[in-house]
Design a protein around this ligand. Structure first.
Ligand code: PAF
Length: 280
């Protein structure tokens, strides 16, 4: 496996592979790789001739007071995991490489980024979209892989690629969960043992939501009330939002239909966890 730190080297490598008639896949990450990331890597490995995993803790997507400084950095373990899964290139640029003149120009999306995560983290998605577009421009992959856990991220990235005519397929793969249902996340590491136990309430509440839908409940408010009540049973949980939205537009649902998405964001202390399920 090659480790590439420079943008021109990465770009040239990809163009060469593409020129030889190969498909190139990209799994963009901020490192601290867990089974969720690795499931993306495995799928991309099956689907693409050449596979690039990027590891870059992107400062522009962290707001003031968020966890940029303490975000886990585990480069050696990440390198080994990628090597074992047959990744061709680990692209690991520095901050100066990615933003040599500091960040000045951003990709801003008008509406989809203002709700849910965007309402709580107003500058988050302009940072995500900017770095994702930069990575797509540098790596020029045929396909880029994202996890459904960050549902809104997958929607806004897909919309950006469509709106800006970026010739890439955005692949979104199912959330990988711990045994008790907690979605894998690099931020789970911040939880105390007690918080970790109670964090299972996110998925339990979403499953309850799925059960209510399966039993015929279609009133979004009623489902959200039950969902909220389930989370409120965990004394350490503080709800940021509980929402049921239409896919793609992210507009709140009043009457729930198959394909709508239930999403939660919950604080445990200063750690903020998110999760979602697609109702069907
Ligand atoms: O999902 C993530 O880890 C990040 O938001 C991403 C897509 C790698 C951009 O920094």
């Amino acid at each position: 496996m090659k480790i590439i730190e420079s943008k021109p080297d990465m770009h040239e490598y990809s163009l060469r592979r593409r020129g030889e008639g190969n498909s190139v896949g990209l799994v963009p990450t901020m490192g601290a790789l867990h089974q969720g990331h690795l499931s993306l890597v495995r799928k991309a490995r099956q689907e693409c001739d050449f596979l690039v995993v990027s590891v870059f803790v992107n400062p522009t997507q962290f707001g003031p007071g968020e966890d940029l400084e303490k975000y886990p950095r585990t480069f050696e373990a990440d390198r080994r995991a990628c090597e074992e899964l047959g990744v061709d290139v680990l692209f690991a640029p520095s901050n100066d490489e990615m933003y040599p003149a500091g960040p000045e120009t951003y990709v801003v999306q008008e509406h989809l980024t203002k709700v849910l995560e965007g309402a709580s983290r107003p500058t988050h998605f302009r940072g995500v979209l900017t770095v994702v577009l930069k990575l797509l421009n540098i790596v020029v992959p045929h396909a880029a892989y994202f996890g459904q856990k960050d549902y809104q991220q997958s929607v806004v990235v897909r919309r950006m690629a469509a709106d800006l005519d970026v010739p890439v397929e955005i692949r979104v793969l199912p959330t990988v969960r711990e045994e008790d249902g907690l979605a894998m996340s690099s931020r789970n590491k911040y939880l105390s043992p007690e918080q970790r136990d109670q964090a299972a309430c996110l998925y339990e509440s979403l499953r309850l939501c799925g059960d209510l839908f399966a039993r015929g409940e279609r009133n979004a408010q009623k489902i959200k009330t039950e969902l909220q009540a389930r989370i409120d049973k965990a004394p350490l949980a503080r709800i940021d939002y509980v929402e049921i939205v239409k896919p793609n537009t992210l507009q709140p649902a009043e009457t729930v239909e198959s394909g709508d998405v239930a999403l939660v964001a919950v604080f445990f202390g200063t750690t903020r966890l998110i999760d979602n399920v697609i109702l069907s």
